[in-house]
Design a protein around this ligand. Sequence first.
Ligand SMILES: [Zn+2]
Length: 95
Amino acid sequence: MENEIRRITSERGNDLLLVNGHKFRCIRKRADGYVRWRCCKKQCKSTVLMTIDDLIIENTSEHNHPVDPIQKIDRQVLRESCKRKATSIIYLPDQ
Ligand SMILES: [Zn+2]
């Protein structure tokens, strides 16, 4: 099954990863560019290792909790799209 991966920004401005509805936070950036992400739930030990091409090459364990309600995630994704919109205005070429 394909993983659905999205990058979102938390309310505190941190980078988060959304994998199949589960939120991950960055815990370690390796010298080779690979990034280790860990589930945001404190009681959950699930981690993933992602390449610089956004491919998940390692998924350590299953989550021991259900996914967050979709409304909560949607709010963060909305924040992300607002931020992108603002960024694109900055990079518009001079007319
Ligand atoms: Zn989890």
